[in-house]
Design a binder for this molecule. Structure first.
Ligand SMILES: Cc1cc2nc3c(=O)[nH]c(=O)nc-3n(C[C@H](O)[C@H](O)[C@H](O)COP(=O)(O)OP(=O)(O)OC[C@H]3O[C@@H](n4cnc5c(N)ncnc54)[C@H](O)[C@@H]3O)c2cc1C
Length: 278
C-alpha cells in the first residue's frame, strides 16, 4: 500500500492550506482499508476524502491519515451504481451520464469524494446525495457492516461516530445521456457564475440557518472582500472564504471569528459547515 510521510497538506485540500501530515496511507481496496482501520483503531486517526470541506492547521496533523482516493471502483447493475468511498463526484456523474442514469445532475460541480459527500450529506439546487442512496457499507472497530440509509438531515449524513464509509449503492433512474449532460453543464455554469471556482476554497463556511442564509447576512453587513492576511471573504459569494494569496489557517480562522462576532452582535448564531482540524 502506498504510504507517504511528512507530506504537505496543501496538496490534499482544495483550500491549499495546512502544515505537514506525519503519515498518509492510501489503501487500494476494501481489505486493505479494513486491516488498516483495525490496526490504527486506537490512534488519532483522520479519514480524508478530497479535502474540499476541511481546514488543516498551519502546524499540520500529527496523527495518522487514511486517504480514500485510491478506493475508486464504480460498477453498475441495472439502475443501481456501486461506488467506493474515494470516487470523485465528477467521475461518478460522468459515469452516470455515460450509462444513461439520472439523479445526480444537480450535484455536478461539488468537488468532493463520495465518502466525504455522504458524511456531509452534500447537496445543491434542491438535491441531497443521501436521498439517492439505498445502502452504505461502513467499518467501525474493525467490524464491517452494511445497512439501508434512513437517518440523515441537512448537511449531516447517516454515519455514526467513529464509522468509516467504505462504499455506497446509489439508486438512480433511467435517463437520456444528452439530457443528463445538458443538465450537468447548466448546473455547472450556474455554479461558476455564483461561486469563486477560480480561487482555492472549501465551499460554504457556514450552514444555512433555520430562517436565514449566512451568505446573505454577511453581504448585508458589507463584509464581502474583507481580507485578513491572504484570506478573503469572496466578493462573488459571501458564504465562501478564498485563499487569495498564500493564506494560512490562522488567516482563515481569524476571518471566521470576525464573521461570528458580527453575527452574534446581530443576534445570530452561525454554525460552521467546514471541518476544522486544529
Ligand atoms: C468550490 C466548492 C464548492 C462546493 N459546493 C458545495 C455544495 O454545493 N454543496 C455541498 O454540500 N458542499 C459543497 N462544497 C463542500 C464539499 O465539496 C462537500 O462537503 C464534499 O462533499 C466534501 O467531500 P470531501 O471528499 O472533499 O470530504 P473531506 O473534506 O475530505 O472530508 C470532510 C469530512 O468527511 C470525513 N470523511 C471523508 N471521507 C470519509 C469516509 N470515507 N468515511 C468517514 N469520514 C469521511 C472527513 O474526515 C471530514 O470530517 C463545496 C466545496 C468547494 C471547494
Amino acid at each position: 500500500m502506498k504510504t507517504m510521510r511528512n507530506v504537505s497538506l496543501k496538496k490534499y485540500t482544495t483550500f491549499k492550506i495546512g502544515g505537514r501530515a506525519k503519515v498518509i496511507y492510501f489503501p487500494e481496496n476494501e481489505e486493505e482499508l479494513l486491516k488498516l482501520a483495525a490496526r490504527l483503531n486506537k490512534k488519532k486517526l483522520l479519514i480524508l476524502g478530497n479535502g474540499s470541506n476541511i481546514l488543516f492547521s498551519d502546524h499540520g496533523f500529527d496523527g495518522k491519515i487514511i486517504s480514500t482516493r485510491r478506493l475508486d471502483k464504480i460498477k453498475r447493475k441495472g439502475n443501481k451504481v456501486f461506488c467506493e468511498a474515494g470516487v470523485n463526484l465528477f467521475s461518478l456523474c460522468h459515469f452516470c451520464a455515460e450509462h444513461g442514469l439520472s439523479g445526480l445532475e444537480r450535484l455536478y460541480g461539488i468537488p468532493g469524494s463520495v465518502g466525504g459527500a455522504i458524511v456531509m450529506n452534500a447537496g445543491a439546487y434542491g438535491c441531497e446525495i443521501c436521498q439517492l442512496i439505498s445502502k452504505i457499507k461502513v467499518v467501525k472497530n474493525g467490524v464491517i457492516s452494511e445497512r439501508e440509509v434512513q437517518n440523515f438531515c441537512y448537511r449531516k449524513g447517516p454515519l455514526c461516530e467513529g464509522e468509516i464509509l467504505v462504499s455506497a449503492v446509489f439508486n438512480l433512474k433511467k435517463g437520456k445521456k444528452e439530457q443528463i449532460l445538458a443538465l450537468q453543464s447548466e448546473i455547472f455554469e450556474k455554479r461558476k457564475q455564483s461561486q469563486p471556482y477560480s480561487l482555492p476554497s472549501a465551499g460554504s463556511i457556514f450552514k444555512r440557518g433555520k430562517d436565514f442564509f449566512p451568505a446573505q447576512l454577511i453581504d448585508e453587513w458589507k463584509l464581502k472582500g474583507k481580507k485578513i492576511g491572504g484570506a478573503e471573504i469572496s466578493s462573488q459569494h459571501a458564504g465562501f472564504i478564498v485563499n487569495a494569496d498564500n493564506a494560512t489557517s490562522s488567516d482563515v480562522l481569524a476571518l471566521i471569528c470576525e464573521i461570528e462576532r458580527m453575527a452574534r452582535a446581530h443576534g445570530y448564531n452561525f454554525e460552521r459547515e467546514i471541518v476544522i482540524i486544529e
